[in-house]
Design a protein around this ligand. Structure first.
Ligand SMILES: Cc1cc2nc3c(=O)[nH]c(=O)nc-3n(C[C@H](O)[C@H](O)[C@H](O)COP(=O)(O)OP(=O)(O)OC[C@H]3O[C@@H](n4cnc5c(N)ncnc54)[C@H](O)[C@@H]3O)c2cc1C
Length: 467
């Protein structure tokens, strides 16, 4: 006889596991199926968490070599123990994936190890990891199958010399020459790690700018800073092929608008040109589910694929971010339990965890101009912030954009040490429909980096005081 559930979730990443936890909290009988053998999805296993573990460790390694002396700290010879750096990364991943397993148990959500396939409305078959199959009957199916790396035609990722995020997070030696295809968030984070550890990094990007979704002024400042850190950029350039030779890779590229081909030698190539939804073998067609031409599952507002079938996270429209997947999953559990569930995609913050960090929320200047919305901006450089100066970390600025006439905040764009944390203040303000003056008149502790947010907000009405 089949087991009967209120909710069966396919995929145990941030979308799936948060949906399972919330459904359990709300008293629903829930199971979460995951095929990779560990919970946490891309985020915990091969994404957010391992990349941040390596960014943190490589930053300290670089700082010990280059910045500590100026602070009066003599470290002697600083040496890299890459195996230990990778081991501490794996420890962080292991601890957190176990933590998710504990949270599922605590909330009475069943964790089923195996591969889920939708057989029809209310019916999911699991090819169990330990062998055999199980059929689950359920009132609701939640698809949370996430995404996988996009690839370039003619370039095969082998995860040894031509790698995606998976291989890039586990290299066993520091490559001397690294070519990175794609100057987006994932690419720049990976490039930063390996450049800090000693690689000669060349970033090839099809567009004529880095970080396409970021505000152009922020992206320009970031490019300038990364160049100073030793990254080489080939913008407006497309990779046309990679020849695998015995001792090296020969990466061919040409100007995106056409022109002469050139080749760059590399030991490792990281392909970071974006991600695509993953729905292979899911049986979406068995419930009349559809995908667009990019493979994104079509959902109505409120995450519905078909009656009793829902989808969340990277496999549906919206930003491919862990906290967006988490919010989707939470909302769907609440909708299934008969509550209201909604996610405001306009206020999902983005953070790039490079040094300095880059963060934004809401609309950028280019988007506001294109939409014909009149705005006023306030900008404050970290060079004028006392804490940043004390810490010798003065790169970057905060920019607040507010609607002309109403002063309602429309966006915030930041580059600087710690902005990944500071953006949260503006997200909360925007969720409450705040004006820039609300931030400008809110007390901020001194000396903190977040005072730069306040000073930028003051700048919207032209009364920045500390510059
Ligand atoms: C290198 C890198 C760094 C990143 N850094 C950040 C960051 O700092 N911040 C951030 O917000 N986002 C980051 N992301 C993005 C983030 O990882 C994703 O947005 C997030 O993981 C999406 O969650 P999800 O639950 O939709 O899908 P996933 O995390 O992809 O989880 C889906 C899970 O479903 C499983 N699955 C698929 N099909 C089946 C099936 N049929 N049966 C059973 N299981 C199945 C998969 O094995 C997978 O574990 C990063 C991504 C990468 C690659």
């Amino acid at each position: 006889m089949a087991d009967t559930y209120d909710v069966v979730i396919i995929g145990g990443g941030p979308g799936g596991y948060n949906c399972a936890i919330r459904a359990g909290q709300l008293g629903l009988k829930v199971a979460c199926i995951e095929s990779r053998g560990k919970l946490g999805g891309t985020c915990l296993n091969v994404g957010c968490i391992p990349s941040k573990a390596l960014l943190h460790a490589s930053h300290l390694f670089h700082a010990a070599q280059h910045d500590f002396a100026a602070l009066g700290i003599k470290t002697g010879k600083v040496e890299l123990d890459l195996a230990q750096m990778m081991a501490q990364k794996s420890d962080a991943v292991e601890g957190l994936t176990k933590g998710v397993e504990f949270l599922l148990k605590k909330n009475k959500a069943e964790y089923i190890k195996g591969r889920g396939k939708i057989l029809g409305p209310g019916k999911v078959e699991v090819a169990l990891a330990d062998g055999g199959t199980r059929v689950l009957e359920t009132k609701n199916i939640v698809i949370a199958t996430g995404s996988e790396p996009a690839t370039l035609p003619g370039i095969e990722i082998d995860e040894e010399r031509i790698v995606s995020n998976v291989g890039a997070l586990s290299l066993s030696a520091v490559p001397k020459r690294l070519v990175l295809i794609g100057a987006g968030v994932i690419g720049l984070e990976m490039g930063s790690v390996w450049a800090r550890l000693g690689s000669d990094v060349t970033v090839v990007e099809y567009l004529d700018r880095i970080l396409p979704p970021a505000d152009a002024e922020v992206a320009k400042e970031a490019e300038r800073t990364f160049k100073k850190q030793g990254l080489t950029f080939k913008l407006g350039t497309k990779v046309t092929g990679i020849e695998k030779q015995k001792t090296k890779l020969k990466v061919s590229m040409e100007p995106a608008k056409g022109g002469e081909t050139e080749t760059v030698d590399a030991d490792i190539v990281i392909v970071a040109i974006g991600r695509k939804p993953y729905t292979e073998g899911l049986g979406l067609e068995n419930v009349g589910g559809r995908t667009d031409k990019r493979g994104v599952i079509e959902v109505t507002d409120h995450f519905r694929v078909a009656p009793g079938v829902w989808a969340v996270g990277d496999c549906i429209p919206g930003p491919m971010l862990a906290h967006k997947a988490e919010d989707d999953g939470t909302a769907v559990a609440e909708l299934i339990a008969g509550k209201a569930g909604h996610v405001n995609y306009d206020l999902v913050p983005s953070v790039v965890y490079t040094n300095p960090e880059i963060a934004w929320v809401g609309k950028n200047e280019e988007e506001l101009k294109a939409a014909g919305i009149e705005y006023v901006k306030g900008k404050f450089p970290f060079m004028a912030n006392s804490r940043a100066r004390t810490n010798h970390e003065t790169t970057g600025f905060v920019k607040i954009l507010a609607e002309k006439g109403t002063d309602r905040i429309l966006g915030a764009h930041m580059i600087g040490v710690g902005v990944g944390e500071m953006i949260a203040e503006v997200v909360v303000a925007m969720e409450f429909g705040a004006a820039s003056e609300d931030i400008a008149r809110t007390s901020h502790a001194h000396p903190t980096l977040s005072e730069a947010v306040r000073q930028a907000a003051m700048g919207v009405e032209g009364w920045t005081m500390q510059m």
